[in-house]
Structure formats: structure tokens, C-alpha cells
Design a protein. Structure first.
Length: 154
């Protein structure tokens, strides 16, 4: 904060919107989400939302590699949605997000298929709407991870 009084405040942005940092911001978002699944903390949740908003601003202002910008934007939206979700089985949720996080940074097709099958099976058997929404978002995120790795591989 540079200056403030009762009617206004002037702040300086210390987070430069640098498109080269978007991947590190996404990594940080994954890690904060994983920590939220372990210990739900309002400050961490708000911090995650701020980081995701910076990512969205970067994509809107600067753009990004076009073939990656749409999947990246969708990934950011899903991370935001998952941060707002209610997780009754935090251990299961954290485990699944960790698997997707690992696939995002070190893709393994066999592992990806195994996780997708697990999600599909859970989706067909669950009666809990919160869990179904979480699984649906996890499935969409896994699809985006697959798209990202297909683009890199080609």
C-alpha cells in the first residue's frame, strides 16, 4: 500500500502480469488446492482465487500460445471450481488431484487411462451430488491434461 486515508487507498501491484510465469502460477495453484484438501483455510482459498485471477488476466491481456490458451484457461476455471467445492472425503479428493497434478507435469498414458477409468467408475456409482460434481471437474481436468500432452507430443 502506497497511501491511504479514510476515503481511498493507493496500492502498487507487485505481481507483474508476466506471461512467462503462468506455468509457475498454475503449479502454485495446484499446490494450494492440494493443501486446501488437507486443511481448509480461508486465507489459502482466497490466495488461490487471487492467483487464478492473475492467470486469467494474463491470458486476457497478453494472450498465450494459442494452442495452449484455451486448455489453460479451462484448467484455471476448473481449479477455481474445485477450490469452491465442498469435499466430504478429503483424502480421496486430494489423492485424485495429486494424480492429475503428477500427470500434468509428467504425463504417462497408462496412468492416465487408469485414473480416467477410476473416475468413470466412481461417477456411475456415486449418489452424492457434490462428489459427482467434483469427479466431473476432475475428469474435465484430466481431459485437458491429455490434450496438453498430445499437443506437446505432436
Amino acid at each position: 500500500m502506497l497511501e491511504s486515508n479514510g476515503q481511498y487507498c493507493i496500492i502498487k501491484s507487485i505481481a507483474k502480469e508476466d506471461d512467462t510465469k503462468i506455468q509457475s502460477l498454475i503449479r502454485r495453484s495446484f499446490l494450494i488446492l492440494l493443501s486446501l484438501l488437507e486443511n481448509d483455510d480461508i486465507d489459502s482459498r482466497e490466495n488461490l482465487i487471487k492467483i487464478l485471477n492473475v492467470c486469467k488476466r494474463i491470458l486476457h491481456k497478453k494472450g498465450y500460445n494459442l494452442s495452449e490458451s484455451i486448455p489453460t484457461y479451462n484448467l484455471i476455471m476448473i481449479l477455481e471450481e474445485l477450490s469452491k467445492s465442498e469435499h466430504k472425503n478429503k483424502k480421496y479428493s486430494k489423492e485424485l488431484i495429486e494424480q492429475i497434478y503428477n500427470l500434468y507435469y509428467k504425463f504417462n498414458e497408462a496412468e492416465c487411462v487408469k485414473v480416467k477409468d477410476k473416475i468413470k467408475k466412481e461417477l456411475t456409482t456415486t449418489k452424492d451430488s457434490n462428489k459427482a460434481l467434483f469427479l466431473y471437474n476432475a475428469k474435465k481436468m484430466l481431459d485437458l491434461v491429455t490434450i496438453k500432452n498430445i499437443q506437446i507430443g505432436s
